[in-house]
Design a protein around this ligand. Sequence first.
Ligand code: 26W
Length: 802
Amino acid sequence: MFSDKTDFKEAFLKRLEMSYGKPFPHTTKRDQFHTLGNMIREYISMNWIHTNEHYRLQNQKQMYYLSIEFLLGRLLGQNLINLGIYEIVKDGLQDLGITLDDLEEIESDAGLGNGGLGRLAACFLDSLASLDLPGHGSGIRYKHGLFEQKIVEGYQVELPEQWLRHGHVWEVRKPDLTVNVPFWGRVESFVDDQGNLRFEHRDAEYVSAVPYDNPVVGYKNSTVNTLRLWSAEPARYQPHKDMMKYKRDTEAITEFLYPDDTHDEGKILRLKQQYFLVCASIRTIVDSYLTKNDDLLKLPEYVVIHINDTHPVLAIPELMRLLLDEYKMNWDDAWYIVTKTFCYTNHTTLSEALETWPVRIFQPLLPRIYSIVNEINERYCHQLWQSYPNEWDRIEKMAIIAHGEVKMAHLAIAGSFSVNGVAKIHSEILKKREMNLFYQFSPEKFNSKTNGITHRRWLLKANPELAQLITETIGSEWIRSPDHLTKLHAFSSDSSFQQELAKVRRVKKEKLAHRIYQQNGIVVDINSIFDVQVKRLHAYKRQLLNVLHIMYLYNRLKEDPTYNMLPRTFIFGAKASPGYYYAKKIIKLIHSVSKKVNADPMVKEKIKIIFLENYRVSVAEEIFPAADVSEQISTASKEASGTGNMKFMMNGALTVGTLDGANIEILERAGKENIFIFGLSAEEVLRYYSQGGYSSMEYYHLDERIHTVVNQLVNGFFSEDESEFEPIFDSLLVENDYYFVLRDFASYIDIHQEVDATFQKPEKWWKMSIENIANSGYFSSDRTIEEYSNHIWKINQYSFHK
Ligand code: 26W
């Protein structure tokens, strides 16, 4: 389409002026961004068509990744890099006086996710396309992604996020492929001509699912896969007594990511979203299969469907419904197909996050699906009975429907051929504890796939300065094969390489400092240690431990102004779920502490606390490369994996972490001398939970440092309102500190002293940093996706050269 800068410039200018009907000097940055975006999408289209044609003609096995979240972030920069035209475009624009960075800033983040689970899905899509693998995403096109966070007087305020306000240049609406999704109504049974019992869903209210296809561009390989996002619209011929209400209810389905589900109304909406996604997805997957094949019994040879956590698990009964009711199959054949087609990943062991739906909500909303789930449950329990006769207790615990609740994880395990955790320790905990009974019953299903991140976004794109330094030092093979990063070992003690790395870090810190100044009006010291914790706000992630430690350092400096510590900038970024009261209190605490500390002239040179509002993918890309220290301090056993930890490591930050999630594997890879580990192990935590023996009150009374900071939560030291942080105080002392914050406090202080001492020895610090980068290749999602492809999905790279 354009082969060099001159071609590009000409095409761009012409298109820009034609599209907006004004001369170039009068066009806005937004006009320019949209013009560029449209050009690039069309550029992508050629390969998109080729890739789809190839898949159709070769009739290769396809993988579909069903997920309620895809946290993509911005796409312009990444698409240009993957297409291999970043430099041409950048230089061309520059000739016209336009900075590509400025245009990238115009794009809204596609923030269709809360955190790790959604970002993982996005990294997986990038790796699938980059590895020439036939894997596609299916999700929801939320009108508003995760809320926009504003901080007002230290409190989080949520605003509706508006990523679609100016349109989304990458998507293609495909109204011809609309699927009608049934809700409500009733199920009727009848006997067909062959004397078989059949079921029909009558009087349903239909909602149209309209697909929007988004191209997923592989890295310099001409592969373009598809992310299909579904939007809810009123169905065309749906009679309704109250049309306005029907329209409102319909559009609500894809309005927000995770609406508040504390009340029944919110719950119904969540369940509607889930069924909406899977009904539309399964319909297109089966239709696409049937254009190339006719024998549904062979579906598992050509199709594999991945369920990202339990949110899309209704895909299992939905495929049953299609096979039974529409393709008139018998139960055994249908169940055979289903259980060979689905695989499931669990992302959490937190019991409150394991989904269940009350039957009273489920049954009326999805009557046919409910009757199928019921049948699956009965047959599953029968099968359990064969293996465990008379073990009522065990069977009750494993049942899919029990005590008026549908247990989504149980349905997922029963209907899938593979169940995996997302880091070694997480998978072990699933097998030994949370899912132990299921593991005993079908051990062959269980496996582990350690998460990964795409190095193309988190290193190549986010940190071009470091990427260039690496390429100059060891060549560029690491971009295609991140394992080659191990070649950096040879340079870990090389002083000139160390200095170059330090220079890069400085550049990235300056950039972040600039953003901090713009957003927070605070000047931070580039020479200070940038100590960063960015992730969802949750009690188990223990942002509180970090804050209490800062309070301790503050007290220490006040007592003894000569206390020898290196200057530190503590940086936080976190959104709290709107209904999560405690998490919001922690945000307020961070702000109250920072207000006092940042304003105190006595410690001003030593400590700065920054809370970066509205943390999201595009901000994350600026933060990871600028970090010296990565805080991964969850209560051991609670963080399934963590993926931020990997992004920090790949950019050379050193981890302060517990032996939890993927931190353990970071330790194994980087070596124990290159990471700062502290705190209880998972075994110790789990022993406390089962056997007791922990009293937070003892730690409070015995450790003066703890006593002081905990009292400061309620004595007005950091807040005019003494009751403001009472809930936090109570969680620590009255509720016996469920997440062991006080238990790990002393060792956390110690490890930070070690961090300080190490930073004072630059040669040692940079050696550790380089060792981390050198060992980070394993955490590329390319490795993860290869494992899924080879061991679970059984899909193959295609060798089709266009
Ligand atoms: C209410 C349903 C629900 C519960 C939890 C929805 C969403 C969530 C989380 C946002 C799920 C999540 O993001 N889990 C994270 O998944 C990552 C990818 O595997 C892991 O690295 C993180 O440890 C895990 O917390």
